[in-house]
Design a protein around this ligand. Structure first.
Ligand code: KMH
Ligand code: ZN
Length: 275
């Protein structure tokens, strides 16, 4: 098995300080959280930008500040979001890709998202894939439901994306595929050849799906974007606390952690220096 890549999804677009008082919002707070997560064992940080008042934004300058501040403190791979927040335009969402970060998310289809719809029009997604290729950005394909894997296969055939692919199964969104072991096992059985995968379990699904991914040879995403609790009724004190638990688990299960450079090698990412 490859070494385990832990991604820390630090902020997201939806979680508020009222829900999680330790949520990092400013570039400096996000960079500090990234540093703590890197110390705890994360190789990738998945980041979303926020305005100072906490509202989500895809502002390129704020992303630039986040990437620079993170990389001034540590060597983690910074994966920017192109999902942004529900209701943003495709042009807004694409903005951080033009900074040529090492990695970015690429949603593979539309999905109901709680009381909203997370719209991912095929033409927009294709243009995102082309932009990532043009800027040398490694896409992480976000899979919210099983039908999205058929899109992955079609895109591979059309040459819109090339292997080795890296996928993220986001499980437990109300409206998406369930956060259950059965769902994860099914998706894993449908993987394209040679693809690597990680799992982002939402809410209470985060810990059991992470444990399953460790033993199945997948990778793990944890963090406040997906789950604000450490255990039922107890908020996590930091993103790093969630990462540290996965690092301990993987140690017990004899699955060593990937450093950022080892993750770059596994994912086929060319190391970038910042600024
Ligand atoms: N905020 C969600 C609507 C991503 O980062 O690529 C979408 C999202 C996915 O968070
Ligand atoms: Zn996200």
């Amino acid at each position: 098995m490859d070494k385990l890549i832990i991604t820390a999804a630090l902020t997201g677009a939806e979680v508020t300080r009222a829900q999680q008082p330790a949520l990092p919002i400013t570039p400096d707070e996000i960079a500090q959280a990234a540093f703590e997560c890197a110390q705890a064992g994360a190789a990738i940080v998945h980041v979303h930008a926020r305005h100072p008042d906490g509202t989500p934004t895809q502002d390129k300058e704020i992303y630039r500040q986040i990437i620079a501040a993170v990389r001034a403190r540590c060597d983690v791979i910074v994966q920017v979001s192109t999902g942004g927040a529900v209701g943003m335009t495709a042009a807004e969402r694409l903005a951080p890709v033009t900074l040529a970060p090492e990695m970015a998310t690429l949603s593979m289809g539309s999905v109901n998202f709680g009381g909203d719809v997370f719209m991912n029009h095929p033409a927009d997604m294709e243009s995102f894939a082309q932009a990532m290729r043009a800027h040398g950005v490694k896409p992480e394909l976000e899979i919210f439901d099983s039908g999205m894997l058929t899109t992955v296969s079609r895109w591979l055939k059309k040459g819109l994306i090339d292997g080795p692919l890296h996928l993220d199964f986001v499980l437990g969104i109300p409206g998406g595929m369930a956060g259950t072991p059965e769902a994860l096992l099914y998706l894993r059985s449908q993987l394209p050849p040679q693809a690597s995968w990680t799992v982002a379990g939402i809410g209470a699904a985060q810990l059991p799906l992470a444990a399953l991914a460790i033993v199945l040879g997948g990778h793990v995403r944890v963090g406040f974007e997906d789950n604000v609790y450490y255990r039922k009724g107890e908020l996590a004190s930091s993103n790093a606390q969630l990462v540290a638990r996965i690092a301990r688990l993987s140690g017990e299960l004899e699955r060593p952690l990937a450093t950022p450079d080892e993750a770059r090698a596994l994912l086929g990412i060319q190391r970038r220096t910042w600024p």
